[in-house]
Design a protein around this ligand. Sequence first.
Ligand code: SAM
Ligand code: MG
Length: 214
Amino acid sequence: TRSTRPQRLLKAVRKRAKRGDPQSVISAIDHFCRHSEWAMNIGDEKGSILDSVVSELSPEKVLELGTYCGYSTVRIARLLPPGARLITLEFNADYAAIAKQVIAWAGLEDKIQLVEGASEDWIPHMKEHFGIETFDFVFLDHWKDRYLPDTKLMEDCGLLRKGTVLLADNVICPGVPDYLEYVRNSLSYKSCYFKSHLEYTKAEDGLEKSVFLG
Ligand code: SAM
Ligand code: MG
């Protein structure tokens, strides 16, 4: 049977990227997506905005919602300080299996805990399963109808502290109007928009950065 897109993406990583070199893994995936097949990674353009937010924060406890092939996972993890932990959630077992290998190729297994399952099932168990009190940084990039309910769930579970930064991808394309309405109007957040383009295209998209004020 024909291979899947994530399998072809992994093949491109193995062919073009140097083992243990996260930057070469990122470049190999971007090259594959620009020249062979589009895929739903945050991509290089929005990726540089993600990089600056992560670098500025230097977070120790990070949650990523939506791993896919591990592109943004590698992007974030390579910038984390020593001892930091990134938990990334993915409910598609085939994608998780690819991400695991991409992360290993980048040599970042020690920083990353890839957890298979649905965000709404795992968020209430972060404390008992992973010993997490609160996250410093959360990257939201799973299915768009889950941004708002999962944000409220993280609030209810006490996973956000004063100063926790939420960064949400694809707030214009495909768009998350209910989430934007919430973080922009709630007194519990200070929110701002970073204009950019949908991964590997010229269509407008952007990231919303929202600081939880407690
Ligand atoms: N963050 C990745 C990157 O930029 O490289 C891309 C993630 S992709 C846009 C979204 C992923 O979220 C898909 O792989 C999908 O299977 C996963 N997903 C969607 N809803 C989810 C949920 N509720 N819990 C866990 N994973 C979910
Ligand atoms: Mg995205």
